[in-house]
Design a protein around this ligand. Structure first.
Ligand code: ZN
Ligand code: ZN
Length: 155
C-alpha cells in the first residue's frame, strides 16, 4: 500500500524508480498492433460474410436441387401411374384377345365348340360349323371344303 501511494505521489522520491512512462515509439507500436488487429478482424468479418454468402448460395443450390428432385419424383410417380394404366389396359387387351380366341370366328357370340374336318380348324361354334357343313361351304380360315366336324370341349 505504501509503495503504491509513493508511486502516485506528485513528488516521487528520486530513489524510487519513476513509473514506467510509455515511450512514443512504444505507443506507436501499440497503435499499429491495434490497427493490425482491427484489420485482421475486418478480414475475418469479410471472410465470415463471404462464407455466409457462400452458405446462402449453397443453401439456394440445395433447395433448387431438392425442388428438382421433387419435380423428378413427381414425374416418376406420373410415369409409374401411366405405366400402371398401360399395364392394366394391356392386360385387359390380353384378356380380351384370349377371350376372343375362344369366341367363334363367324358369329363372335358363342364359344368355339368344334373342329372342322379335314382342315381341323378349331375356331367356330357348333351352330356356325353345322351351317358351313350343311351348306357345303369352305372353312373360312383355309378355304378347304368342310366334310365333317367334331365337337370339342375345353380342357
Ligand atoms: Zn358361331
Ligand atoms: Zn380350315
Amino acid at each position: 500500500m505504501a509503495a503504491s501511494l509513493l508511486l502516485f505521489s506528485p513528488d516521487p522520491s528520486p530513489l524510487l524508480p519513476s513509473p514506467p512512462q510509455p515511450r512514443v515509439d512504444e505507443l506507436d507500436e501499440r497503435w499499429q498492433n491495434l490497427q493490425a488487429e482491427a484489420e485482421q478482424r475486418n478480414r475475418q468479418m469479410t471472410l465470415l460474410q463471404a462464407e455466409a454468402e457462400q452458405k446462402d448460395g449453397l443453401l439456394a443450390l440445395l433447395q433448387a436441387e431438392a425442388n428438382q428432385r421433387e419435380g423428378a419424383f413427381s414425374k416418376l410417380q406420373e410415369e409409374v401411374a401411366s405405366l400402371r394404366v398401360a399395364a392394366s389396359s394391356s392386360a385387359a387387351v390380353a384378356r380380351e384377345a384370349n377371350h376372343g380366341s375362344l369366341l367363334c370366328k363367324i358369329c363372335f357370340e358363342n364359344e368355339v365348340g368344334c373342329a372342322l374336318y379335314p382342315c381341323r380348324h378349331h375356331a367356330f361354334c357348333l351352330p356356325c360349323a353345322s351351317q358351313l357343313l350343311q351348306r357345303g361351304q369352305a372353312c373360312p380360315l383355309c378355304r378347304r371344303q368342310v366334310e365333317n366336324l367334331f365337337e370339342t370341349y375345353p380342357g
